[in-house]
Design a protein around this ligand. Sequence first.
Ligand SMILES: Cc1cc2nc3c(=O)[nH]c(=O)nc-3n(C[C@H](O)[C@H](O)[C@H](O)COP(=O)(O)OP(=O)(O)OC[C@H]3O[C@@H](n4cnc5c(N)ncnc54)[C@H](O)[C@@H]3O)c2cc1C
Length: 371
Amino acid sequence: MKIIVIGCTHAGTIAATEILKNHPDADVTIYERHNNFSFLSCGIALYLDGQVKRLEDMFYSSPDELRELGATVHDNHDVLKVNAKEHTVQVADMKSGEVFTDTYDKLIMTTGSSVVVPPLFGIDNSRVLLCKNYQQAQAIYNAAQKYHHIAIIGAGYSGTEFAESLSKTGHDVQMFQSRGQILNNYVGKRMSSWAVDLLRDHDITVHLEHRVTAFTGNDDGTLTIETNQGDFQTDVAIVSTGFVPNTSLLRGQVDIEKHGSLLTNKYMQTSDPDIYAAGDCAMVRFNPTGEAAYTPLATNAIRQAMLVAHNVFGNTYPYMGTQATSALKLFGTALATTGLTLEHAQAYGLNAQEVVYDGTWHRNTCHIRIH
Ligand SMILES: Cc1cc2nc3c(=O)[nH]c(=O)nc-3n(C[C@H](O)[C@H](O)[C@H](O)COP(=O)(O)OP(=O)(O)OC[C@H]3O[C@@H](n4cnc5c(N)ncnc54)[C@H](O)[C@@H]3O)c2cc1C
């Protein structure tokens, strides 16, 4: 059986590795548009503040390692089209420019997600940076070596982590968040206020309810950030406003959720029985509501890929769903979250209330506040 894997960060690396470990004779071909595999985006913030010395240490696999396991590996190859009916993929070799067609029995879509690029005037200014992959992380690091004033647009997990790291390295950091709270996918208003206070205590300027409307380059090279509440100056802006699934290859060929992610059954099989999906390109079952949700996390990507590696040979291992558990360490204080926030639960129609425990935990060794 010939299996093609498209995309090789977490989901692709794990799917290919697991298949080849359990089925050493399997015919696995990998296409990845970059020349690096398995990049840990969660290490970017650690690299920015110097806890990780080399960004190259943020990989746990490589094209050569997968070749050694027996995969046919095509890095620097971009998949241009998938024809699900014909079981073919059209691929461009990004070095030679050659375009060719390959065939599969089973296809594993692990094309992940990209940073949302808001359609704003000036978003293409060279001082406006995006951050998810290795190349983008390196660009942010280089900019941070050169410039002092850094603005972070979007205060989700990534933006908040970047703000902390860059304030630790002595940068002047401003955050812009269109909502009245930060980390809104993960925590409620009360925990957000606590986190905002913590950021402000460390001299980070947090602009809540500031919607960025444009970026304008100034003659001296600096950047003006226009918002609904006035203009602000910075040297560089990092846009971190969420992720969109990379699924255009399958548009019109399998069932896709209205925001673009692939819908699968519990075996991570799409509506085309020969196409499986794992990671940020797919919806997951969100256990607190029992419904499909988009929660782009490496933890989900890895678990789903493990299952897909078995299920392509016959649907045996269902995905148990997720609570979207995650954690963030902010200036020495851990902030962990699982399931629904109070606001999300109420918006979902649940009769939910909040209880706060503020006290010691584990024989007085640490202080904990539970919401
Ligand atoms: C700053 C930051 C911090 C994060 N921290 C955490 C964390 O602490 N914990 C956590 O669980 N998650 C974290 N995440 C999320 C995590 O990085 C993603 O959930 C994870 O990368 C998803 O892996 P994936 O393999 O599904 O997709 P991706 O990482 O998006 O990889 C998809 C791959 O597919 C390739 N590809 C796409 N289309 C094509 C094509 N047509 N042809 C060839 N190749 C293609 C891409 O080049 C890419 O390499 C973080 C993300 C960021 C940006």
